[in-house]
Design a protein around this ligand. Structure first.
Ligand code: HEM
Ligand code: NAG
Ligand code: NAG
Ligand code: NAG
Length: 418
């Protein structure tokens, strides 16, 4: 009943990474390092438990936002203030010690404003509604991200529940014995990847790759000149790639890392404030990230990932096509090799995967490949670290087929048969 199979067998490894089978003494401890079970950071033992789970606050007739509810398509018309003046149901409430928060500032802020369940145990429908009502994410992208969240992290495809941070299997799973653990968004190398903007690499953080790191936030602010735009973030992503590749012996930059470019685009596409001329400025970005500047110029996390005051969301919906275009543009400003560091200290390029050929995305990538770029991540076996692959199960493919595929069918993406 697990939504994904992480195959670690050598046969699969040899398939996904032909060079692995030629390597002496493949270190099998590398397999285990990705599991954040038990009392490890992100594991179930230390994951907060809120006995008083309350679902997200839905919109109401007085404060309708984008009219998105029950996972359905809303109006896709932004340009309004969030939270609406007077709407106490979506006021900021800082997370308590029993609330789960994770690696995504966008979802953390949504939970702090009750657009997602405040305890951080959310559902597919809440994710789809919140993205539309709060950020004016287009329906197609809202569906894709929510589906990736559920399937790539072993969220529960029966209850459609997902933890936005650590392992909360006892609350997300319909039957923990059958499903096994559902690690939530903290789960490494599925959705959570190395060389994030403000999170440590899994290996460098002793397994904590989801907490805010103020040194990295400062580096991002400095590199972009406090203006978190496409050019600046492209440069910063290159710096982070270089840094991880040089310092993290277990660095892995696989196809899912494409999502990091997508997330970086959210800073200048989804977070900017209409009352600031939609500039991705320091004040706005600091508020969403909960980054508090100290008197010595450094940054500390204030545990208040918050929609800025008097914030007006974007006018046009941010769609699949929009985010794909930004991912490609940002990557192509500073193209880097996909692949990973290996035990012998060398770097191995990723074998061909979709639009990634010879370890790179070509600037002449075809229109179809472009459109299908993100869809492939949800429907194909994705190389996950050097000796494994994440293979969607039939259940996951069925889930994707019912939720997401209709949006892609007419783009000509290969729809897998289940
Ligand atoms: C269902 C929808 C979403 C899911 C499942 C999701 C999940 C994630 C995950 C797992 C990460 C960590 C990736 C990594 O660093 O390795 C992440 C990062 C990020 N997300 Fe989301 N996200 C969603 C929607 C959003 C939205 C709507 C926004 C913006 C408003 C957003 C903004 C960001 C940003 C800026 C980062 C980068 C943080 C950093 O690297 O420091 N996300 N998201
Ligand atoms: C934050 O990131 C920097 C740069 O990678 C690193 O040196 C530092 O140890 C990290 N801090 C924490 C608290 O993990
Ligand atoms: C990243 O590394 C490449 C190759 O080593 C180098 O050419 C480039 O200058 C580096 N860039 C940054 C921003 O660190
Ligand atoms: C296990 C571990 O190293 N945790 C650290 C990760 O980073 C945060 C800050 O970003 C620290 O507070 C943790 O101690």
């Amino acid at each position: 009943m697990r939504s994904l199979v992480v195959s670690l067998g050598l046969a699969t490894a040899a398939n996904a990474f032909p060079f692995v089978s030629n390597m002496d003494g493949v270190d099998s401890s590398l397999f285990r390092r990705q599991q954040s079970g038990g009392s490890n950071p992100g594991g179930p033992d230390t994951c907060p438990f809120n006995a008083n789970h309350k679902p997200a606050a839905p919109f109401n007739a007085k404060y309708p936002y984008n009219y998105a509810q029950n996972g359905q398509k809303g109006h896709e018309k932004g340009g309004y203030q969030v939270p609406a003046p007077g709407d106490t149901a979506h006021m900021f409430v800082a997370p308590g010690k029993n609330d789960i928060r994770g690696p995504c500032p966008g979802l953390n802020a949504a939970a702090n404003h009750n657009f997602l369940a405040h305890d951080g145990v959310t559902t597919f429908n809440e994710l789809v509604d919140a993205q539309q009502n709060l950020y004016n994410v287009g329906y197609d992208l809202a569906l894709l991200l929510a589906a990736l969240g559920l399937t790539l992290t072993d969220g529960d495809l029966v209850t459609e529940k997902l933890s936005i941070g650590c392992d909360a299997t006892t609350r997300t799973s319909f039957n923990p014995t059958l499903t096994g653990s559902e690690p939530g968004l903290d789960g490494h190398n599925k959705f959570e990847a190395d060389s994030s903007l403000t999170r440590n690499d899994f290996f460098l953080g002793n397994g904590d790759n989801f907490s805010f790191n103020g040194t990295l936030f400062k580096m991002m602010a400095d590199t972009t000149g406090n203006n978190f735009d496409l050019k600046g973030l492209a440069q910063y992503r290159l710096q982070r790639y270089n840094q991880s590749r040089a310092q993290n012996p277990n660095f892995y930059f696989g196809p899912l890392s494409l999502l990091l470019y997508g997330a970086a685009s959210f800073l200048y596409e989804l977070m900017p404030n209409g009352n600031h001329g939609y500039a991705p400025d320091l004040e706005t970005i600091s508020s969403f990230f909960g980054a508090q500047k100290q008197s010595d110029g450094s940054y500390k996390f204030n545990n208040k990932e918050k929609i800025p005051a008097n914030w007006i969301n974007r006018v046009a919906p941010y769609t699949n096509n929009d985010v794909t275009a930004q991912i490609l543009e940002m990557y192509l400003l500073h193209p880097v090799l996909f692949g990973g560091n290996t035990a012998d200290g060398s770097f191995n390029a990723l074998p061909n995967f979709g639009s990634i050929q010879n370890g790179m995305i070509s600037p002449t990538i075809s229109t179809t490949n472009t459109a299908c770029l993100l869809y492939q991540l949800s429907t194909q076996s994705v190389p996950s670290y050097l000796n494994g692959a994440i293979t969607p199960t039939i259940t996951a493919l069925n889930f994707i087929a019912s939720k997401v595929a209709p949006q892609f069918a007419n783009l000509g993406c290969p729809i897998p048969l289940t």
